[in-house]
Design a protein around this ligand. Structure first.
Ligand code: SF4
Ligand code: SF4
Ligand code: SF4
Length: 255
């Protein structure tokens, strides 16, 4: 756990801590992230196991089965998603292309969400590097949601607690793949320990050119992509609008 504030065991303890002023450092940290400053948690590189995912976008057909299976697995309410698929459309008719970009929490090695959480509800598991949310300690302050550079988190409208992908811990702990991997029609997803050089995910990462999302943020994502189109609407060199990114993440089009 890289949160320097000691985790408190319940919300009452957190409020007492807040009144005592001990949470000021965490608030300042959240403000720094929102202002664009980089935070540098202690290194997680010595971790023995680090679960990650490799998504081969060349095999993704944009069917959204992964998103639906995730919704079903966690009974995720309407309007919010743990796992979603964006697609990028480029060009002008008839010269157009569409690329799919499945998205989820990156289970970063330097997770900014962990650094700003004032209660320790969000933390990175020592045993496997999965970043989780303990709803028993979450106070719904949204700091983690604002700090995540990937829009991977949301406040569950039913529970009021922060939520995101947890790599299906309940399945992984039984030796099963996460639900999105299990249901992927295109076989586009590989899950495994990226610190194990003999794992399938490690071998495929070694064999293929891969990218991660927003590497400049310093979060060290553990979700890798093959063949991903990371274009956004600002990269059109001609000044025209010929790229748009569409997502069902929040049931709206992002332009
Ligand atoms: S993607 Fe966002 S929520 Fe997930 S570990 Fe990284 S910073 Fe945290
Ligand atoms: S909303 Fe996020 S930052 Fe706030 S207590 Fe819950 S997990 Fe921590
Ligand atoms: S289930 Fe697989 S093929 Fe379908 S959208 Fe998700 S990643 Fe792509």
């Amino acid at each position: 756990m890289s949160n320097k504030d000691k985790p408190v065991t319940n919300r009452r303890e957190f409020v007492q801590k807040l009144v005592g002023g001990a949470a000021a450092a965490s608030v300042a940290s959240a403000t720094a992230v929102l202002a664009g400053a980089e935070t540098v948690p202690e290194s997680q590189s010595s971790r023995q196991k680090q679960y990650g995912m490799l998504i081969d976008t060349r095999r993704c057909i944009g069917c959204h089965t992964c998103s639906v299976s995730c919704k079903s697995e966690f009974d995720v309410p309407l309007g919010v998603t743990r796992s979603w698929v964006e697609y990028t459309e480029k060009g002008s008719y008839p010269n157009v292309s569409r690329n799919f970009l499945p998205r989820l929490c990156n289970h970063c090695s330097q997770p900014q969400c962990v650094d700003v959480c004032p209660t320790g509800a969000t933390y990175k598991r020592e045993q496997d590097g999965i970043v989780v949310v303990d709803s028993g300690q979450c106070i719904g302050c949204k700091y983690c949601i604002l700090a995540c550079p990937y829009d991977a988190r949301f406040l569950n409208p039913v529970t009021g607690f922060a939520e995101k992908c947890d790599f299906c811990i309940h399945r992984v702990s039984k030796g099963l793949d996460p639900s999105c991997v299990n249901s992927c029609i295109g076989g586009a997803r590989i899950f495994g320990d990226i610190n194990d050089p003999d794992s399938e995910i490690s071998r495929q990462i070694a064999l293929n050119p891969t990218t991660v999302l927003r590497p400049g943020k310093g979060t060290e994502p553990n979700v890798y992509y093959i063949g991903a189109d990371h274009s956004d609407q600002h990269e059109n060199e001609t000044g025209g609008y010929d790229v748009r990114v569409i997502t069902h993440r929040k049931e709206k089009e992002r332009r």
